[in-house]
Design a protein around this ligand. Structure first.
Ligand code: ADP
Ligand code: ZN
Ligand code: ZN
Length: 803
């Protein structure tokens, strides 16, 4: 008797453990750990992952149900991933099934069809498969299953005679092109030739050519061109059996252009010094974590590239994580131009099908390097030699939904598993990481100079309060306007950055002061000019801009806030000849728009690039000599203890876009709070003093990195119910945690009502709290057994990025 341990896909069950199922005889040789199955659960048949196979079970025979069907004949998860999920579910207080699901591409969660593809000559196969594959090079898996051929199929798979491909049944299926397979049998071709009448000149001509190319598989267009024949002629020849159409699968190519090849630079002394310990760690199989702190333009990427080169030479694989928004073609091209076909790229700009293709390149070991956003940390390589996280301070490395994992933690876990180093790189490391480097938990590597010894740009602060006093009511200080004018004259490029985090352009009635609000959430609606609508950025609710105030009926409706569109209008008024490219959520909605804007700017098709957070990172254009920050303040006043850190990071990053080549760069930062230390240190472009100062603040307020924090949130449609259960949570936590942990709350969340649910939260600050995870798990169990039925939603977020 064989028993499969299965993690099932139910999210409303209090117990998170594998269930035992009997493996039916016919599946015994097929099932492996890491395969997905369908199993009966209650009245339904649901998805599950096989995480173990054993010989006995405690389940009484009359209760033991069999696995209903097997979805994968080859495992989709490695042993490592299954172990990782076990660790992750506790670290993130989530279900194991959610952890497993997040590791596989979404295409595998969609409806799909499996095909078995012939990888050898059909004659090499054993019967009965030989008969099947004499007829076709690609067979439907379901058909083979029906014919009871799975056991010979599994053997053929092991021998690599055939492979399994998955076709997603939706947009973005595996792409195929039609080709012509010319018969291998030259004598037969000759016979067809001889049997044709002399009037079929074109056909004869084609057959002569085919004899030269017997057995080849060729695109029809090539045949038409080479033989000057038409589709009709080819069709006729195929009719005589001299050739046949075959479908050949191609991997979609998400890369539009060929990027050529670039050579490795000779490293600077600083870069060399940073690379050496990383190379040593690789050679010694030492799972060390390095923090590579290098100013903008110091050549961190070059260090990554050469470390990866070493990794490949060792015969191992490398994973490179970059934040979603800096995953620009400029960035990925740097990897592709060095490692060519060995690179797979994974990011949300790809279609489901394209993502799936990239994942399969990794799964089938067709590539050695993955460059991708957060979830690429799960790339199913089995011989990882190096993991790199660029811009490690970025908040997008933390997933906001369950499982709330941080890519850095997963990377470090995997590095221990594979005994390989991790590199965290940043010009502005997170306080947590830098503190760890100070304590030698991470090894600190520093690049103080820019790679080409360019000086850092000069940074100037403009006090906008004074501008207002001078009577300047535009968004541009005199200083900035003058600098822009100068650059336009010299044909140099300008980047204007609008800090819009936590900012919105809202609509207000000037008579009664009413701000238009979302129907479902307690926040103001944002005005979108392109479709003249008001939109809620949290729930997606949309309405037209009212002509009159819904409260008092006045028609004095006014638009507030500085959106990029408004800046653009003002720019064109002030600088009539200037060519402006705008990059924000509106202009980058269409696939590929982001790339096109950057390409155009790089090609000099515009003078000014105006944008939001999106332009803060990764831009490396030599002609940018001026960076203007229109409003440094908006992120400074967010009710979040990381507001200063975020502002400093953002200002440093945007400043780093200027003067990256020979021409020196200038940065002008406009602000209403010029005295704030985050702004002052950003002006000085010094990380260390900022770090010292910010650490003091954190120390005083018991915030990270001195304390860890966890956020427990409760929501319900009814305000009182929500408050009641938040209180229950807090009481429970107080009863279980030590006196060293401070439990703050329950309080209402920053936005009390979201999507018509009222939200309460409780914040836990702690240092060492051995009972924390067990307590949270227990709380989760209570929630799943009881509270869930009452309509409560409970989330637990360890180390939240925002509060
Ligand atoms: P960072 O990632 O630290 O911002 P980059 O890797 O983008 O820095 O390097 C900045 C610029 O310097 C790039 O244009 C890069 O091609 C160039 N560069 C980096 N290292 C070297 C080197 N050793 N020799 C010459 N140029 C270099
Ligand atoms: Zn009004
Ligand atoms: Zn809303």
């Amino acid at each position: 008797m064989k028993i499969a341990e299965v993690i099932v896909d139910v999210s409303a069950y209090p117990v998170d453990r594998p269930f035992d199922y009997l493996i039916p005889d016919e599946m015994e040789e097929l099932i492996e750990c890491g395969c997905r199955v369908k199993v009966p659960f209650g009245a339904r048949n649901i998805l599950g992952f096989v995480v173990g196979i054993k010989n006995d079970t405690d389940v009484p025979p009359d209760k033991l149900k069999p696995v209903s069907s097997l979805l994968d004949i080859e495992p989709v998860l490695t042993k490592e991933m299954m172990e990782l999920a076990k660790w992750m579910k506790n670290e993130t207080i989530s279900y194991e099934i959610d952890c497993l699901q997040v590791m596989i591409p979404s295409a595998l969660r969609a409806k799909y069809e499996k095909m078995v593809v012939l990888e050898t000559d059909a004659e090499n196969l054993e019967e009965p498969l030989r008969t099947v594959f004499r007829r076709t090079t690609k067979a439907n898996y379901k058909e083979l299953e029906k014919q009871n051929l799975l056991i010979p199929l599994k053997k053929a798979l092991k021998e690599k005679w055939v492979s399994i491909e998955t076709v997603v049944k939706q947009k973005g299926t595996i792409k195929e092109i039609r080709k012509v397979k010319i018969s291998e049998d030259k004598d037969f071709l000759q016979k067809v030739y001889e049997n044709l009448s002399n009037r079929a000149k074109k056909q004869k001509q084609l057959l002569l050519w085919m004899q030269q190319h017997a057995g080849e598989i060729i695109e029809p267009e090539v045949i038409y061109r080479k033989t000057d024949s038409s589709p009709q002629v080819l069709q006729a020849v195929i009719g005589h059996g001299a050739a046949e159409f075959v479908m050949e699968e191609v991997y979609r190519n998400p890369f539009k252009k060929d990027v050529g090849k670039t050579d490795f630079f000779t490293l600077t002394e600083e870069q060399e010094k940073a690379l050496q310990p990383i190379v040593d760690a690789m050679d010694n199989h030492s799972p060390e974590t390095f923090l590579l702190h290098g100013v903008t333009g110091s050549g961190k990427t070059e260090v990554y590239l050469q470390a990866i080169q070493h990794c490949i030479q060792q015969g191992k694989e490398a994973i490179v994580l970059v934040p979603e928004i800096s995953l620009t073609p400029q960035m990925t091209n740097r990897f592709r131009s060095r490692f060519g076909e060995l690179v797979a790229v994974m990011h949300s700009g790809l279609s489901i099908g394209e993502k799936f293709d990239e994942w399969r390149k990794v799964h089938h070991r067709k590539v050695k390097v993955v460059v991708g956003a957060r979830s690429a940390v799960f790339a199913p390589f089995e011989n990882v030699g190096l993991i790199i996280i660029d811009e490690e301070h970025e908040t997008s490395y933390k997933q906001e939904d369950s499982p709330r994992y941080h890519a850095r933690d997963v990377a470090i876990w995997r590095s221990k598993y594979h005994r390989c180093p991790v590199i965290l790189g940043s010009a502005t490391p997170s306080l947590e990481s830098y503190a760890r480097a100070r304590k030698n938990v991470y090894k600190l590597l520093t690049l103080k100079e820019r790679a080409l010894k360019q000086s850092l740009p000069s940074v100037e602060i403009v006090d906008m309060r004074k501008e207002l006093k001078k009577g300047n009511r535009t968004m541009f200080s005199e200083k900035l306007a003058e600098a822009i004018r100068g650059r336009l004259e010299k044909n140099e490029q300008i980047v204007l950055f609008l800090n819009r985090r936590g900012y919105s352009s809202f609509v207000l009635c000037r008579d009664c002061g009413t701000v238009m609000q979302c129907e479902n959430c307690d926040i103001s609606l944002t005005y979108h000019r392109y479709n003249e609508k008001l939109k809620c950025h949290y729930c997606g609710y949309e309405q037209p801009v009212p002509a009159i105030c819904p409260l008092c009926g006045s028609d004095h409706i006014r638009y507030f806030g500085t959106g990029t569109q408004k800046v653009e209008e003002e720019l064109t008024k002030l600088f009539p000849g200037a060519r402006v490219l705008r990059m924000d959520v509106d202009t980058t909605k269409r696939k590929g728009a982001h790339e096109r804007i950057l390409e155009d700017f790089g090609a000099g098709k515009a003078d000014i690039l105006l944008g939001t957070q999106m332009i803060a990172k990764g831009l490396d254009f030599p002609n940018i000599t001026l960076v203007g920050v229109l409003s440094a303040d908006t992120s400074l006043h967010l009710p979040d203890f990381r507001a200063a850190e975020r502002t400093f990071q953002l200002l440093t990053q945007v400043s780093g876009r200027a003067g990256r080549a020979e021409k020196p760069g200038e940065v002008i930062i406009q602000t209403y709070s010029p005295e704030h230390y985050a702004i002052q240190f950003a002006k000085a472009q010094q990380y260390e003093p900022f770090y010292e100062r910010e650490m003091l603040m954190r120390h005083e307020a018991d915030y990270p990195p001195y304390y860890y924090i966890a956020l427990v949130q409760v929501s319900h449609e009814d305000l009182l119910v929500s408050a009641e259960y938040a209180k229950k949570c807090t009481d429970y936590l107080r009863s279980r945690l030590s006196f060293n942990a401070s439990i703050i709350g329950p309080t209402t969340a920053g936005i009390v009502r979201l999507q018509n649910r009222y939200r309460y939260q409780c914040l836990i600050k702690y240092k060492i709290e051995p009972n924390l995870i067990p307590t949270f798990l227990q709380l989760m169990k209570i929630y799943r057994t009881d509270w869930m039925k009452k309509g409560i939603t409970l989330t637990i977020d360890l180390n939240p990025t925002m509060i």
